[in-house]
Design a protein around this ligand. Structure first.
Ligand SMILES: Cc1cc2nc3c(=O)[nH]c(=O)nc-3n(C[C@H](O)[C@H](O)[C@H](O)COP(=O)(O)OP(=O)(O)OC[C@H]3O[C@@H](n4cnc5c(N)ncnc54)[C@H](O)[C@@H]3O)c2cc1C
Length: 429
C-alpha cells in the first residue's frame, strides 16, 4: 500500500511529517525497527531536505548532515548495541536509507558506503566461515572501527571502482597490498570514490600480493586506509550530472602503509562474501527507492497545488494527470513490493530464485526511479522542473543509479538471462 503523501502520522514543530514509505503495521515491522526508520525519516525531512539543493548546486559534501547522523546515532546504525550502535539489521538499515534518499540522494548514497563498512564486517561476516581464532581477531579489530565511528564520528567510504573489469567482479583488483612487517604497503588508484577528501578512512578493496605471487580475486583484502596516511591523495575534479554531493573524485595510493588492524575483513572473507552473500551488492538500491518515492510525492503535491514555493494552483482535475498519477502509483507499488521482498530475504547462501529476485529488484529500483522522475516532469510540466524545486535534482540523481557497479542495469540483465537459462557449470558444448 502506498501511503498518500497528504496523510500524515505526526508533526514536528511546524513541519507536517510525511507518512513512511513502508507503513510499519502493513509491512509487519517491529516497534524497534519503526523507531529507527522514523528517526531517519524525520531527520531527512526536517533537516536534510532543505540543505540538499546547495550540496547539489555546489557539488559539495554534506558535512553538516554527517554531524547530524552522528548526533542521532545513525552513523552507527548497523553497529551492534553492545558496541554503542543502534544494532540495525540489513532490512532495517535498507528501509532507513530509503527514507534518507527520499530527501537527499547524495547523503543517502554516501551514508551507504559508510554503513557498509560496518554491515559487511558485522552481521554479514558473522554468517561466513572463519575458524575460532580468526573470528576472535576479527571481533577485536572491528571493535576498533566501531569505536571510532560511535565515539569520534569517523566516516568510512568504500572505493572499489578502478575503471577496469575488477569492480564488476571479472578480475582481481589492480590496487595491490604488499604484506610487510605489521601491515601492508598499498599502491593503486580508485575512480569515482565517493566521500573523497571527506571520509576519515577509505575502505579500499585491493589484492594482497606477496613476493612471487600472482594476482587472484581470492586474495582480495578490504582495508580501512586512513585518509591522512602518507601516500594517500585525492586528485581530479567532480562536476557530474547528478549525485553531485557525493564528491566522487579519484584516489591515489602511493606506497601507503596500513597496519594489520586496518583489515575490515580477515583474509579470504571478502571473496567468500561476494560468492555467498550476494545481497551485499544490493545496498546501493535503498537511496533510489527513496528517490522513486520522492518523485511520486512531488507529483501528488504539485497536482494538488501544495508544493511550497509554487502558487496554489490545482491541476488534479484533468483526467490525463489522474491517469499519469495512477501509472506512477502502480509503478511505485511494483518497485516497493519486489524491493521489500529482496531486502527482507538477504542472507548467506540464498536460493537461485532469491538471487534472481535480488538482480530484478536492483534493476527495477534503479531504472524505475528515473522512469518515475521522468513521468513526474512530463506530468507536472515546465514550472515544476525549475532548479528552485527538487524535482529536477531527483531526475538527475535517479539517472545515476543504474550505473553503479557491480550490479549495473546492464549487468543485472546479463546475469538474470544467463543464470535463468543455465544451471551452475552447464555449457552448450
Ligand atoms: C554518483 C556515483 C558515485 C559513485 N561512488 C562510488 C564509490 O563510492 N565507490 C566505487 O567503488 N564506485 C563508485 N561509483 C562508480 C560506479 O560503481 C561505477 O564503477 C562507475 O559508474 C563505472 O563507470 P565506468 O564508465 O568506468 O564503467 P565501465 O566499467 O566502463 O562499464 C560501463 C558499463 O558497461 C557495462 N559493463 C561493465 N563491465 C561489464 C561486463 N563485464 N560485462 C558486461 N557489461 C559490463 C556496465 O553496464 C557498465 O555500466 C560511483 C558512480 C557514480 C555515478
Amino acid at each position: 500500500m502506498t501511503v498518500q503523501v497528504g496523510k500524515t502520522t505526526a508533526t514536528m514543530g511546524k513541519i507536517v511529517l510525511d507518512a513512511p514509505i513502508f507503513d510499519p503495521p502493513a509491512f509487519r515491522l517491529t516497534d524497534e525497527q519503526a523507531a529507527i526508520i522514523t528517526g531517519a525519516r524525520e531527520l531527512g525531512q526536517t533537516v536534510f531536505a532543505s540543505r540538499a539543493a546547495a550540496y547539489d548546486r555546489d557539488a559539495t559534501f554534506p558535512t553538516e548532515n554527517y554531524k547530524d547522523l552522528h548526533r542521532t546515532g545513525l552513523l552507527g546504525i548497523s553497529i551492534p548495541k553492545k558496541h554503542g550502535g543502534l544494532g540495525a539489521d540489513y532490512q532495517t538499515y535498507a528501509l532507513a536509507a530509503a527514507e534518507i534518499g527520499r530527501y537527499c540522494g547524495a547523503t543517502a548514497l554516501t551514508w551507504n558506503m559508510h554503513v557498509c563498512s560496518t554491515l559487511w564486517s558485522g552481521p554479514l561476516a558473522d554468517d561466513l566461515d572463519m575458524d575460532a581464532s580468526v573470528r576472535a581477531e576479527h571481533e577485536r579489530r572491528r571493535a576498533i572501527h566501531y569505536k571510532r565511528i560511535v565515539d569520534d564520528g569517523a566516516i568510512y567510504s568504500q572505493p572499489f571502482s578502478e575503471g577496469g573489469a575488477a569492480a564488476a567482479g571479472g578480475v582481481a583488483f589492480g590496487t595491490e597490498a604488499k604484506p610487510v612487517k605489521g601491515g601492508w604497503i598499498v599502491n593503486g588508484k580508485k575512480i569515482f570514490a565517493s566521500l573523497s577528501g571527506h571520509a576519515d578512512y577509505y575502505g579500499v578493496l585491493c589484492t594482497e600480493i606477496a613476493e612471487g605471487q600472482t594476482s587472484s580475486r581470492r586474495n582480495t583484502l578490504y582495508l580501512a586506509i586512513p585518509a591522512k596516511a602518507s601516500g594517500v591523495s585525492v586528485v581530479g575534479d567532480w562536476d557530474p550530472l547528478g549525485m553531485r554531493g557525493t564528491v566522487s573524485r579519484t584516489l591515489l595510493f602511493k606506497d601507503a602503509f596500513v597496519e594489520e588492524d586496518a583489515a575490515l575483513m580477515p583474509r579470504g572473507v571478502y571473496f567468500q562474501a561476494a560468492l555467498r552473500w550476494p545481497h551485499m551488492f544490493l545496498t546501493l538500491s535503498p537511496t533510489y527507492m527513496g528517490l522513486a518515492q520522492a518523485a511520486y510525492d512531488f507529483t501528488v503535491r504539485y497536482l494538488r497545488g501544495e508544493v511550497p514555493g509554487t502558487p496554489p494552483v490545482k491541476r488534479r482535475m484533468y483526467p490525463t494527470k489522474q491517469i499519469a498519477v495512477a501509472q506512477m502509483q502502480i509503478k511505485l507499488e511494483q518497485i516497493k513490493t519486489i524491493w521489500f521482498q529482496a531486502v527482507s530475504e538477504a542472507r548467506a547462501n540464498p536460493s537461485k530464485e532469491q538471487v534472481l529476485r535480488a538482480y530484478a529488484s536492483q534493476y527495477s529500483v534503479m531504472e524505475g526511479a528515473n522512469e518515475l522522475a521522468a513521468l513526474a516532469i512530463r506530468t507536472c510540466g515546465g514550472q515544476a522542473m525549475l532548479k528552485s524545486l527538487p524535482l529536477e535534482r531527483i531526475y538527475r540523481d535517479s539517472r545515476c543509479g543504474s550505473l553503479m557497479l557491480p550490479w549495473t542495469a546492464e549487468l543485472c540483465l546479463d546475469r538474470i538471462g544467463r543464470e535463468a537459462l543455465y544451471e551452475a557449470g552447464e555449457t552448450d558444448d
